[in-house]
Design a protein around this ligand. Sequence first.
Ligand code: FUL
Length: 484
Amino acid sequence: MKYLFPIRIFSICLLLGLVACEEQANVAKTDLPLPSQRQLDWQRMEFYGFVHFSINTFTDMEWGMGDESPEKFNPSELDTRQWVKEMKDAGMKGVILTSKHHDGFCLWPSQYTEHSVKNSPWKNGEGDVVAELAEACKEYGLKLGLYYSPWDRNHPDYGKPEYITYMRNQLRELLTNYGDIFEVWFDGANGGTGYYGGANEERRVDKRSYYDWENTYALVRELQPNAVIFGDAGPDVRWVGNEKGHAYPTTWSYLMRDSVYAGMPEYADLYASGQEDGSHWVPAEADVSIRPGWYYHPAEDDKVKTLEELMDIYYKSIGRNSALLLNFPVDTRGLIHENDVQALREMAARIERDFSDDLLQGRQVKILSPSKGQNGPENVLDNDMATYWIINEEALEIDFGQEITFNRFWVQEHIPLGQRVKSFTLEAKQNGQWQPLASETTIGYKRILRFDDTQATAIRFRVDDYLEPPLISHVKVFFADHSR
Ligand code: FUL
């Protein structure tokens, strides 16, 4: 008899283990669209910088016509290390540069055009901004991304098939000569008036068919297999549909990708927040400039966004299942202006402070929900991206053991197996009673809720509706103290 007891315990453990394994295998069997590895790697970057810099910087314009002389491009103190250092210090993981904007001027000495830095006075035409940025990124450990405007108001062939060859030749240069690229950014704005090699006319293209995107994407995949491709329609990362840096309270990472094309007029209203029943995994990226314009204008030196505006953007992008691409209009010196630097530093300090102390870590918190072996609720506290809690019907209840004050709730889904939560509720236990704190919709990679300072002894988190059994990887609670 006495030998039977350990055997029985062993069998029960084995059984529990098998149940957990089976459960894990079941949740992995899903018809939901799932992210690729490159999309997962990208999503974890969360926050990265954008740089708009070109002849526009020197002509005080947002969209050059394409007839501007390269002579105008002459930064006096260009220092890509300054850009990258500030971004790195702010916690950004990468930077995307406008290698060629709508005016067609190239920041690298492309062999396929004369409209580039090679005909500028900067470094006597010997310079290469893309190369300098790639160097600085390597030095500071940031990833490099490249914006490339399909619309080219300088090129004589724009609108003809020959231009597509030009575009691909240039992409080949950019994606071969500058090391690893994490994102290739194709702007949806295209077609209209321009210089076009002296024609000075309006050229409209069929945005659906002209660029033959399938073959351009294939080229990107061939040259940079780990890079995500950004465009209104993805294919990997989609535009958030506004230039305010705001995602939506309901933001799905699924998109009816085949119904979308870059530059479609109804995109913002119909597709920008994604779709619950979207056919592909195409998560959102929120782009916004730290100033009103994308390019530098001296008149905007005192219009840099305030700390409150920047934090609002942070919470409405990263806090709403989106990445944040924050733009810096590099100035005529070739530097990020002092006012922008100061704003970014303040923002970084505030982010650091808001999330400096996860009130659930290293404390005597008690999880009251039933544990289910390997996939139990304790996984939400372990900071390991690979583990998660498989929710069936139960709520997650965390007892703080004492009354604490908090005003932020952070929750993440295990997105390698999709985005599953449709709606959830958060409650706080105050004076022994459960009080509603928030009732929201999607979560996705990360959702952060802000609410008034709340004193409570416990919280209860419940998923009210879902596509498939939700997998929650992290839950965190913070007190963002703004009184200091
Ligand atoms: C838009 C462009 O037209 C703007 O100039 C800017 O580059 C922004 C990021 O995308 O579509």
